[in-house]
Design a protein around this ligand. Structure first.
Ligand code: NAD
Length: 285
């Protein structure tokens, strides 16, 4: 390994320290703690685990995290009612609805009804539109985390060639927009791309969010590239990313490991948006 390992755990720890002091400062000014509401509509173990982890991380920072499970009544009316209630509740700074929703519910209910200001994970149509238009928005947390990881080794991406593999609404597409907004020249690759390596070999910054183990191999990397691996794949050998780490880490200049790269930063970025909202609430009074 010759590349710098971009250690997501260390970056996340530093971000948590910083957030904790911001939350403390709010308290010292008599502001009620930042409040995150997580709406869970499934008994799926992954979603329960996700909500529990987020609560634990948030509470350690002084953020109130309330998890609400609505899986006993799976109707869009109930979901819409919950969303309207949190939209109105002045205590609530941020809302997350864990996905995927059970088939009885429509994600459109969340995308169209949730107050974009409280949509800290940037899933609503309004936030996606604002991001597209270059307006202030809450971007999806994974895309934001990817940008933080890039910035840890390259403060300024202007003029760089970036390649994003994956075009999902929560990772690939918003990452393309955020990189472009900062002046990178971005190529967006996906399952329709012929000769992926032809594109990735031009990349000063390569972001992979495809969910395909060993998709990105050493021969596809421009020497000295920054490689951000957002993939999470369960394989017989454990959790791996999309990047063939042993080979690529000898060609890249910096690389995120999986696990321990994008994942740990994503949740903290989400909580940062909650704190940001609480700070705006404090300024408004
Ligand atoms: P998705 O399945 O919605 O999208 C995958 C994208 O990759 C698609 O747009 C597809 O076109 C592209 N793709 C798939 N195979 C490809 C190939 N062979 N060549 C080129 N493009 C290909 O997935 P998603 O929700 O965007 O997540 C992507 C990965 O990131 C998954 O492994 C997921 O687990 C992970 N993820 C990580 C975090 C985190 O916090 N670290 C958060 C969300 C998702």
């Amino acid at each position: 390994v010759t590349a710098t390992i971009i250690d997501g755990k260390v970056i996340a720890r530093d971000m948590r320290e910083h957030l904790k002091s911001r939350v403390q400062a709010l308290g010292e000014h008599g502001v009620t703690p930042p409040h995150l509401r997580i709406i869970v509509s499934s008994d799926d173990a992954d979603q329960t685990l996700y909500a529990g982890r987020l609560r634990k991380t948030g509470e350690a920072l002084g953020i109130e995290v309330e998890v609400e499970n609505i899986s006993e009544t799976l109707t869009d009316e109930r979901l819409a009612g919950e969303i309207q209630e949190v939209n109105r509740d002045p205590r609530v700074d941020g809302v997350i609805v864990t996905m995927p929703l059970p088939r009885e519910l429509s994600a459109d209910t969340v995308y169209s009804l949730l107050d974009p200001a409280k949509d800290v994970d940037g899933v609503t149509v309004a936030n996606a539109g604002r991001l597209y238009l270059g307006q202030a928005a809450h971007p999806p947390s994974t895309a934001s985390a990817i940008m933080d990881l890039i910035h840890s080794v390259a403060a300024n991406v202007r003029g760089m060639n970036a390649v994003v593999v994956g075009r999902s609404a929560i990772v690939g597409k918003p990452t393309w927009l955020l990189l472009m907004r900062e002046g990178a020249t971005v190529t967006e690759c996906h399952t329709g791309t012929t000769d992926l390596g032809h594109h990735t070999r031009q990349a000063d910054i390569l972001v992979s969010a495809a969910g395909r183990p060993k998709l990105i191999t050493a021969d596809m990397i421009k020497p000295g590239a920054i490689v951000i691996d957002a993939g999470i794949n369960e394989t017989d050998g454990g959790i791996t990313g999309d990047v063939d780490f042993p080979g690529v880490s000898d060609t890249a200049s910096a690389i995120t490991p999986v696990p321990g790269g994008v994942g740990p930063v994503t949740n903290v970025v989400l909580l940062r948006e909650v704190v940001l909202n609480a700070e705006s609430r404090a300024r408004a009074v």
